[in-house]
Design a protein around this ligand. Structure first.
Ligand code: NAP
Length: 320
């Protein structure tokens, strides 16, 4: 496994990160927990030391499962744990953005309890909260850091202007954006910004929520929370599946699977520190490993990138 230093922190993280959103049954359906635990152990065995979760995944479920397993297996200290706050779901059905001082302190205490740990390695703001001043967020962060409850801070889904506002008040060590062959929007502004300011990037949905995993075809029926997306059904799926058939030929020439090619493509970008793979079972994380073995050549990176950019443009041009 290859490792990288995350931003200006002292966190030395594997280039693949284990994603825990899959423990949200409302979106992803039920997960076999024994298989998921095996996946965590398997990840550790091959050197993956980085786990991403969020308090909002299953309204606490993902953090609880992770905390229960790491505690009972005595594995907490083997992992760099990244979690997130932002969605105030304390009110039952409704959830709303909340980064006020008191809420952050409360959310952190709740995450520590669920994760059964005394500290969070990387605490991330899940998204942009237009209603709370950055100095108020900074005040909460300073309290948590001084108490040793959080080691480093990161952000997710933010643009450069929003990061600028926060960076006037506290150090941002990482950005967590979506990035894949089917979603390249951050290449224009966010990735250059992070390179310029030494901010680590841990990209989510590198397989575009599994679509680039290689097992879906034009005729597939995807019936979990992903079904609503334009690439996941009908003509959109057919167009992406067609691009994937061509990409699979390139993958085979490199002795890679489609999933490994898609992951290696994101890891080849110099701004990307680690790619977060969403995991339900051991094959997901172990099947991704080969992606980290080296970068793609410039020629292949552009060829594969263009293949999917053309597909995205075709899907975007479809009538509603
Ligand atoms: N900050 C944010 O706003 C945000 C948003 C989304 C996600 N995230 C984080 O990022 C993680 C990853 O995002 P994601 O779950 O959307 O991403 P993803 O890795 O693009 O998709 C995960 C899905 O891909 C398939 N898959 C996984 N490994 C595979 C492999 N080796 N080969 C083939 N298929 C494979 C599985 O679906 P199938 O079983 O259907 O094939 C799996 O459920 C999440 O778990 C979460 O930690 C953060």
């Amino acid at each position: 496994m290859k490792y990288t230093r995350l931003g200006s922190s002292d966190l030395n993280v594997s280039r693949l990160c284990f994603g825990c959103w899959q423990l949200n049954p409302k979106f992803w359906g039920e997960v076999d927990i024994a298989g998921w635990e095996e996946a965590v152990r398997g990840a550790l065995d091959v050197g993956i030391n980085f786990i991403d979760t969020a308090d909002a995944y299953g309204d606490g479920v993902a953090e609880e499962e992770l905390g229960r397993f790491l505690h009972s297996a005595g594995l907490r200290d083997q992992f760099v744990i990244a979690t997130k706050f932002f969605w105030n779901f304390s009110d039952g059905d409704t959830r709303f953005a909340d980064t006020t001082h008191d809420y952050i302190i409360r959310a952190c205490e709740n995450s520590l309890r669920r994760l059964q740990t005394d500290h969070i390695d990387l605490y991330q703001i899940h998204s942009w909260d237009a209603l709370t001043r950055p100095d108020e967020v900074a005040r909460a962060f300073a309290t948590l850091k001084a108490a040793g409850k959080v080691r480093w801070f990161g952000v997710s889904n933010l643009n450069p202007e929003q990061m600028d506002l926060y960076r006037d008040h506290f150090e941002i060590n990482s950005l967590q954006p979506g990035y894949s062959l089917l979603d390249r929007r951050i290449e224009q502004r966010e990735l250059p910004y992070c390179l310029r300011h030494g901010i680590g990037v841990i990209n989510y949905s590198p397989l575009y929520r599994g679509l680039l995993g290689g097992r879906y075809t034009a005729g597939s029926k995807i019936e979990d929370g992903r079904a609503f997306g334009p690439f996941f059904h009908g003509e959109g799926l057919r167009i992406v599946a067609e691009a994937m058939e061509k990409a699979k030929v390139i993958a085979a020439e490199l002795d890679l699977t489609m999933a490994q090619l898609a992951l290696r493509w994101t890891l080849t970008h110099p701004a990307i520190s680690s790619s977060i793979v969403g995991v339900k079972k051991p094959d997901h994380i172990l099947g991704a490993l080969k992606a980290t073995e080296g970068p793609l050549s410039q020629e292949i990176w552009h060829k594969v990138g263009n293949l999917f950019s053309t597909a995205v443009a075709k899907v975007e041009a479809l009538p509603d």
